[in-house]
Write a protein of this length. Structure first.
Length: 573
């Protein structure tokens, strides 16, 4: 597959990069080098800006001088109009990288005699190109050049001659044209003689405007054929390819903390996978934004950048509100680690929101992205459109290795629970916070609905928001079911009281046993002393008896000896 892609790339024509964010990706490199390209569209679609940005980026980024030949706006007006986008045309002119020429065409002076030609224009344009050795040319707009002609034969001949002349000069030309009725341009010929045709469209649906770009044709090159939303802001034009990416993204096994230790413990003790998508859902007031802010705070404490898209509250509101739960987000903003982008969903169409998010991410390069809440996007489009946008956003973020956390409102449909956007099946981890009503109170319980690729708890935790942050408490199961809030505290107090009573009872029994033990030990000691005394008396008796026997034996022996001696003495006499 890789060698095939290289061969296809080698067969494509040489291209001039436009420098317009996203456009070169769609066209696989930019506009055809040394050939004319047509930019067409209705008034206000951004044709002139596209051409000027192509010229300016070519001069600044790629060192290719350019010529702007305008038939509609004077040079000074053109320079002042694009100055707000950071394009300094006068500075480029002084640097000999740009030359602007305003050609005034008076329609009443055009005679359709058959001798009308563009030789004067060619001479003027050739001088401008040669004077700065220009590589790029912008002609804006071509209708003003041929607006006074009704002779189709002359018009077609001169158009072909203009495009061929630009090819012979070897410059990469951009020609802007207004859209016609039933054709891409008013003359209906420019799109046929151009090697590349770009159509810009500015439409309004449900009072929300969206700009789109489409590559109608591109000779000698593959290109994207879809409609691509583009944004015009202070940085110029940004185009976002919106085709779904292939499911071949690399994944890792690194884990990051949610910012709540007890929640990490429910997630196999390690938290979420880096680069995964996380959904936190629940009804209004259940603490979804608090979870998101805690996740952002944890990322910033790891010295990672976090980009927070808020569709409901201003950054000042979020920073103030999070102080009540012990989070100081302002310090991360001041350190450049946390950036907010707050806007109402109705500010743009869905596609424009996607472009804006894409552009902000590319500029800030965060490790963590938060969207709070995505439910508000349903006010700008159908559910299927919102889901399509979120699918493409998840694909893009996972490709970039960025961890994303969404918050959303829950809806209940029979026994099945899902979010308004139907995105719960797309994310890697889904956490929901549900209300638990009991004992006249409304409390909250947190559930982990799913977490792909890891062991996770299937138990309910009572969800508490305190002035020291988020806490998850083990719920109590009583005779009537799950106990939360005051019922849980009463149960805890009851259990603590019972434990205290049991401790006291055990202590009292221990003391009674100790007293009895001491009495028994005293009795045993007395009996032992009495026994020792008796044993001593008995031993004394034994000793006296033994002594008596010993004395008697001695006396008997002595008496026997005396008798023997007397007998012997009698016999002698």
């Amino acid at each position: 597959m890789a060698s095939k892609s290289k061969n296809n790339a080698a067969k494509q024509i040489e291209k001039s990069p436009s420098g317009i964010s996203g456009f070169d990706e769609i066209t696989s490199g930019g506009l055809p080098k040394g050939r004319p390209s047509l930019i067409c569209g209705d008034a206000g679609a951004g044709k002139t800006l596209f051409g000027i940005e192509f010229i300016v980026k070519g001069a600044v980024q790629y060192g290719e001088p350019g010529v702007i030949l305008t038939f509609e706006e004077r040079s000074a007006d053109l320079a002042s109009n694009v100055a707000s986008l950071g394009f300094d045309l006068k500075k480029l002119e002084k640097s000999n990288l740009l030359q602007i020429d305003y050609v005034h065409v008076e329609r009443t002076e055009i005679e359709e005699t058959g001798e009308y030609d563009l030789d004067g224009l060619f001479i003027r344009l050739a001088h401008a190109i040669d004077s700065i050795k220009a590589k790029r040319v912008l002609l804006d707009t071509i209708e003003n050049l041929f607006g006074g002609l009704s002779n189709t034969a002359i018009l077609r001949a001169e158009l072909r001659r203009l495009f061929n002349w630009l090819k012979e000069k070897g410059v990469t030309a951009v020609i802007t044209a207004e859209r016609g009725k039933g054709s891409l341009t008013r003359q209906g010929l420019e799109e046929y003689v151009s090697d590349c045709v770009i159509l810009l469209d500015h439409r309004v649906t449900n009072q929300i405007s969206t700009r789109r770009l489409r590559v109608v044709k591109y000779r000698g090159s593959i290109h994207g054929t879809n409609e691509y939303p583009f944004l015009i802001d202070e940085d110029g034009i940004s185009v976002l390819p919106v085709t779904s990416l292939q499911l071949n993204k690399e994944v890792g096994s690194q884990r990051i903390s949610s910012g709540v230790d007890s929640l990490d413990n429910m997630l196999d003790g390690k938290g979420f996978y880096r680069g995964s998508s996380i959904l936190v859902s629940g009804t209004a007031g259940t603490g979804k934004t608090s979870i998101a802010a805690t996740f952002a705070n944890a990322a910033c404490l790891r010295k990672e950048r976090c980009l927070f898209f808020a569709f409901e509250e201003s950054p000042q509101q979020i920073v103030r509100n999070m102080r009540s739960i012990g989070l100081n987000l302002q310090q991360h903003i001041d350190a450049g680690l946390l950036q907010f982008h707050a806007s109402r969903p109705t500010l743009h169409g869905l596609e424009m929101h996607l472009v804006t998010i894409h552009k902000k991410i590319k500029a800030f390069k965060p490790k963590v992205v938060i969207l709070d809440p995505i439910s508000n996007l349903t006010s700008t489009g159908l559910l299927t459109e919102v889901k399509s946008i979120l699918v493409r956003l998840i694909d893009f973020l996972q490709t970039e290795g960025i961890t994303v956390l969404f918050t959303a409102l829950n809806v209940l449909s029979g026994a099945n629970e899902q979010t308004d956007e139907g995105v719960s099946s797309l994310v890697d981890a889904w956490i929901t916070v549900r209300e638990i009503e009991s004992g006249g109170e409304r409390n909250k319980g947190l559930y982990i609905m799913k977490s792909r690729g890891m062991n996770h708890s299937n138990q309910i935790r009572e969800f508490l928001i305190t002035n020291k942050g988020i806490q998850l408490v083990d719920v109590y199961i009583g005779p009537e079911g799950v106990l939360t809030g005051s019922a849980r505290e009463a149960q805890q107090l009851l259990e603590a009281t019972g434990a205290e009573l049991r401790t006291y009872a055990v202590g009292r029994k221990d003391r009674e046993i100790d007293r009895k033990r001491k009495i028994l030990e005293a009795k045993i000691a007395s009996l032992q002393e009495e026994f020792a005394s008796l044993q001593e008396e008995l031993n004394k008796s034994y000793q006296e008896e033994d002594l008596r026997k010993e004395i008697m034996e001695r006396n008997r022996a002595s008496l026997s000896t005396k008798r023997t001696n007397k007998s012997l003495n009698g016999k002698r006499k």
